[in-house]
Design a protein around this ligand. Sequence first.
Ligand code: PLP
Length: 416
Amino acid sequence: MTFSLFGNKFTRPSAITRLMEDLNDGLKTPGAIMLGGGNPAQIPAMNDYFQGLLDEMLASGQLTRSLCNYDGPQGKDELLKTLASMLRESEGWDIGPQNIALTNGSQSAFFYLFNLFAGRRADGSVKKVLFPLAPEYIGYAESGLEDGLFVSNRPNIELLPDGQFKYHVDFEHLHIGEDTGMICVSRPTNPTGNVITDEELRKLDVMANQHNVPLVIDNAYGLPFPGIIFSEARPLWNPNIILCMSLSKLGLPGSRCGIIIANEALISAISNMNGIISLAPGGVGPAIACEMIKRNDLLRLSETVIKPFYQQRVEETIAILRRWLSPERCLIHKPEGAIFLWLWFKDLPITTEQLYQRLKKRGVLMVPGNHFFPGLDKPWPHTHQCMRMNYVPEPAQIEKGVEILAEEVERAWREA
Ligand code: PLP
């Protein structure tokens, strides 16, 4: 079987596909300790809430209606309207339904956006997506139609008390040039749990405006929903910002609903792309979100159930990590949001890819750090010293996984 160039690029094995396969295999393998993928937690109060809501929506015919009809290519009208008015009220943004488009998961929104703004242009120039701070989300790495679509900038590392550290944007070395087609940052960041500060975000916004390129903010974990942010941070939007949101980390990854908030011209472009690529985004997730907004539950549950759940879980996980691994063995990125901890095994004698393989053999899944640096131009040992772990599983599971992790780290040092 032979494929087109597009086919060759998109059918080769990728880190994101391996991650999703690990996730799926792990879900089917009894006893596997899944600290790898990005599945959100099964929060009992949220599961009960969704069960009740779906029962009611089924009884009222809303669910059946959303399954039995196509929405328009921009996404379910009713959600566009209710969400716009909710955000106008909660965030004070000057937006209407014409500023929102839905996609089948935010993952596909990034595929659209990267290839809209980067790659070869009609005038022959080639533009790139700039990640101002790597490590960045693994799911971006393969999503360019052309190779070499991404460039990224190493961070400054601030060492903090208690064996923690925090990445900052290195503005001194951040170069926005003729070939920059867009700037993109996840906030909170997957994999690190970093939340770039309001000040850093404002600076990026100013730079993007000055260079006339859009600033994409991946808000999959952020505010105002699902609200998995533990530091002081305000969401930001203006017509030069493309804010991407998702229902996944609210607890609905199977709904595959992504939300793009942007200026009207971009929304109309996305709507046209949706029509060609998928006719229309799926309607069930939007119907659920719409109902949650109407009942004033979306922001309330984010604030009172989702955020406290993750905050407690991350604190428990850090306590577990510290029972097994000292700061000399393992530094932890300050957890400010998202559902991961980013571990830095400074000077570890093996790479974290090797550590990943050893852990996998023992039934523990984590993700080695080197996949999270798309577009970094020069080798950097740090990329092979980090590991991402999901802190969503039950603490007893995490403890088992961390015990094995600590054993493997000690073994690597012993063998050195
Ligand atoms: N952006 C970030 C930072 C993510 O972590 C994820 C999923 O884990 C996505 C985007 C894509 O999420 P979805 O396509 O489920 O909306």
